[in-house]
Each structure stands twice: as C-alpha cells, then as structure tokens.
Design a protein around this ligand. Structure first.
Ligand code: ZN
Ligand code: ZN
Length: 115
C-alpha cells in the first residue's frame, strides 16, 4: 500500500471513497447502506457508528432532556439560603436536572458579587 493509498483510506474525501458500501449500526444492529450514516472524517471508519435514524433519535432525546424544566410555581429549596421559593425565583439552566440552578436569584447575585 502506497502512502497515497493509505491516506485515502484514512482520510477519504467523502462517502463515495469508502472501501465498503454497507455498515452495521451499533444501535439498531441493522446493516444499512453507507448513505444512511453520517460522514465523520475524524472517526476510525470515517462514518458514524450509529445510522442517521438512530443519531436523530439520540439527539432528539438529548435535547428534550436538556429543556425539561419544572413549572414556575414549583417550590424548590435553595441550597445557599435554604429558603423554599417558587421555581421562577431561580435562573434557568437547561443542563441542570430541573432546568434551573439549585440556588435562587438572590443567592446567585450574592455569588456573583463575591467574585
Ligand atoms: Zn441504527
Ligand atoms: Zn437562596
């Protein structure tokens, strides 16, 4: 194998250059055409291990999880002042479990001022 051939194998320009036409999806375990996978030049196979369908449902679930937020009137105890306040008194944080910070807006401003 020449260097050029090796580079082509490692860094194909696109799906049409792949040395195979079908791939097993690691999620749904179905063998699908490479066009059913995303092209990922950085991965070892140059295409995603999950098919497009599985990737889409994966991201959909992830996004849903991120934006799940408790309703405004839910009572939440602040970890700083230990007071129980409605959720609207907390800043939003989509990556937190309840979609809000675990300390209230008052304590948040205190934290920021301390910095
Ligand atoms: Zn799949
Ligand atoms: Zn507080």
């Amino acid at each position: 194998m020449t260097t050029r051939e090796r580079n082509l194998w490692l860094y194909p320009r696109g799906l049409k250059d792949l040395p195979f036409t079908e791939r097993l999806c690691s999620k749904c375990r179905k063998i699908k055409d490479v066009s059913e996978f995303y092209f990922v030049p950085s991965s070892s196979m140059a295409i995603s291990s999950k098919c497009k369908e599985c990737m889409r449902s994966y991201y959909r679930n992830k996004v849903k999880h991120c934006y799940k937020r408790v309703p405004d009137d839910t009572l939440v105890q602040c970890v700083d002042c230990k007071k129980i306040r409605p959720a609207k008194m907390y800043y939003r944080d989509k990556y937190k479990k309840h979609g809000i910070l675990n300390h209230c807006k008052y304590c948040h401003s205190k934290r920021v001022n301390l910095k």
